[in-house]
Design a protein around this ligand. Structure first.
Ligand code: GUN
Ligand code: FE
Length: 427
């Protein structure tokens, strides 16, 4: 199945821009050496003779990108969300994450996670592990086998954490260094390390300084949380009285996108200064609407971020979000934006289907390079969707069929999935 050139035939849809879809009905999508060569209504003569996989009336869209998910929390997805963030962490999250000290438990849990990610609509993801080096390596071994392209992080936390999960500052830095060396030694094709300080409340200044040294030594991107919840934002003010705003508490250590790509989850309470700094530093925002509803965080001002042309993608944030299904994240992003518009700020218009589709493909895809579109040169990540299970009596155009997928699709609609030109086993 890995011919250097092959062609998918079907109804091809991708984002031309934030507000515009490109549609090619019954068209040809050509892959050469893992990248898109082009989309054609009529196959050019010179490409004849290459294998064609005809998917009939199916939709073909770019793979979806999850900029923020916690692998160890997958075990309690859909459970225990009658709390706000800080209580939820203490009650549900930390006790569960402590279990990953045990390799047997980690293997059982991460096998379920990686199998379900393989079968999901996700082709790329930024993944939190736990503080445990061995379990995080195991997670990376399992993700590597899925064929998905992912950034995975060993979490750092050396304060405001229960004793059973807390690391000593130097030990945290040392374990991270050893983990990076182990990862480099394993020479993964699809799986990359990402620095993962949990969030400012759980990392001392000294640990942040150590992580900056590692970032510069190994050129690593960074993944963390930002301005998710009111109590959290207040807590950061107390912990870092010198900071101008929450994001500044990362930026003082050079850990806010100035040197290496950075993804920050949530940004529900990012003020103008924080937003301006994110724009200046090219920080990627992982908008996680379902999580923000489940743990009563609020609704991020995504319209504002888009207007100001920040980098915005979507995150499932399992287990504060209940599902890895990014179609749900797209629908939730639209729905949350409507409530925000109606109840909070009528100057910030709700998000349209085109916009959330962009965020789930090109918006987050850019964190991985030329990913999330079908323009020539883009890495060939594609989902083939068979929407025939969801029957309807009337004729629907391709754009409407995509809209229905955003509200209704799950893994049952996924007929095939390709990452960088390689077909993923969905069994
Ligand atoms: N902030 C710090 N840790 C977490 C986490 O595990 N989930 C969410 N949603 N926010 C966090
Ligand atoms: Fe999170």
């Amino acid at each position: 199945m890995n011919e250097p050139v092959f062609i998918l035939k079907g109804n091809i849809i991708y984002s031309k821009s934030l507000t515009e879809l490109a549609v090619c009905e019954h068209g040809y999508l050509v892959c050469r050496d893992g990248r898109t060569e082009g989309v054609y209504q009529t196959l050019p003569f010179k490409l004849g003779g290459n294998p064609i996989r005809d998917y009939g009336d199916c939709l073909i869209i770019p793979g979806l990108v999850d900029l923020h998910i916690h692998a160890p929390q997958y075990s309690f997805r859909g459970l225990g969300m009658d709390m706000e963030l800080l209580e939820w962490l203490e009650t549900n999250t930390f006790p569960e994450e402590a279990k990953y000290k045990n390799q047997e438990y980690a293997k059982k849990a991460y096998t379920i996670f990686s199998d379900n990610m393989r079968r999901s609509a996700t082709t790329r993801a930024c993944i939190f592990g736990t503080v445990h080096r061995a379990a995080t390596l195991l997670l990376m071994d399992l993700m590597e086998k899925t064929g998905l392209i992912t950034y995975v992080g060993k979490v750092n936390m050396d304060r405001n954490t229960p004793e059973y999960l807390r690391e000593e500052t130097q030990a945290s830095a040392e374990e991270t260094r050893e983990w990076i060396k182990d990862v480099l030694h394993r020479k993964y094709k699809n799986t990359r390390p990402i620095l993962t300080p949990r969030f400012t409340p759980s990392c001392t200044d000294e640990l942040m300084e150590e992580l900056k040294k590692l970032q510069m030594r190994y050129s690593l991107p960074l993944h963390s949380h930002l301005s998710e919840n009111r109590s959290e934002v207040e807590w950061v003010k107390e912990l870092c009285p010198w900071s101008e705003f929450y994001g500044d508490a990362y930026d003082r250590f050079g850990l806010f996108g100035s040197d290496c790509p950075t993804v920050m989850a949530h940004c529900v309470y990012s003020d103008d200064r924080e937003t301006a700094r994110m724009k200046e530093n090219g920080v990627f925002i992982a908008h996680c609407p379902e999580s923000n509803m489940n743990v009563s965080s609020g609704i991020a001002p995504v319209r504002k971020f888009l207007r100001e042309e920040l980098n915005v993608g979507l995150g499932s944030d399992v287990a504060a979000g209940s599902t890895e299904n990014l179609f749900r994240a797209m629908a939730h992003a639209v729905q949350a934006s409507k409530l925000r518009w109606r109840l909070t700020d009528e100057s910030l218009a709700p998000l349209a289907v085109e916009e959330v589709f962009y965020m789930a493909t090109k918006g987050g895809g850019r964190f991985f390079g030329q990913v999330g579109g079908f323009e020539p040169g883009y890495e060939f990540d594609a989902l083939v969707l068979d929407d025939s299970r969801l029957s309807h009596p009337q004729a629907l155009d391709v754009r409407s069929r995509l809209e229905r997928m955003i509200y209704l699709a799950d893994e049952r609609e996924i007929q095939a999935k390709y990452v960088k030109g390689i077909e993923i086993d969905l069994s």
